[in-house]
Design a protein around this ligand. Sequence first.
Ligand SMILES: [Zn+2]
Length: 322
Amino acid sequence: MSTLKNASSSPTHAPADRPISLTAPSGIDRAAHHRLDEAWLAAAWSHPTTRVFVVSGGQVLIDDGPDGTTELVMTPAFEAPVTETHRYFLGTDADGVSYFALQKDSLPGRMDQSARPAGLREAGLLLSDRDAGLMVHAVALENWQRLHRFCSRCGERTVVAAAGHVRRCQACGAEHYPRTDPAVIMLVTDDQDRALLGRQVHWPEGRFSTLAGFVEPGESIEASVAREVFEEAGVTVGEVEYIASQPWPFPSSLMLGFFARATSSEINVDGEEIHEARWFSREDLAAAFESGEVLPPYGISIASRLIERWYGKPLPKPGDVV
Ligand SMILES: [Zn+2]
């Protein structure tokens, strides 16, 4: 029987971990009550402090400042390329600045020599919490808009409403809201505190990570964790501990991160999703990194943070000497 408890009640995990990308509060109030207020939106759009950025195909323009920080390239609304676009209202900050994203078929020409296009996997590691939060909101809306142009009730075309947060069917009147698909991602440990890591069939040799999968209809997340671990690795799971979540709009997931305690240790991979799975002690994993047998995970995924949290210190980056 799985149980769910909150990580904050557990003394076993030091809070000194590096933050999980895209998880921190962005400081933006989404101000959903303004989304249907066309007069308010028009006034906000034309206000001189308002900031606008373009999102296209999951990419935005980012720019490296002279101080080493990287920012989302934003302009006042009057400089924004507004033709043939959808406008998403993303919210306001504590200073009353309003933020909009424009969805376009392509990014505008580079505004200066250093601005460059970037997707979330790159930008999510570089941007401030505010800018990463704005970007992930815009990318998630864009993905949903792109895949929901037709009404799932009657099949007719839908139109954008509520400043990008609703699609409305003019034929049958149905309103469609953005979808978020819950997925579970879990670091499973056994009674020797070894971690179960797997290699997906399409991953290169040596690339191991946590197990993960989608929550199915009518399923609790605790049951989903246990089912996915058993399906992929043949290991049974008892206690499940929630750690953190991460928006993952590739195209529309919310990753729910867990530690899970195994109640069996024999591995039997499914061979369909997972090609290979192994139990690693911390010493095993360090030695495998050092020899190059295992490639350390990297990037913005919560997977690397879950492994790091168990490992107890930052994981080596590719090229580091362990
Ligand atoms: Zn319809």
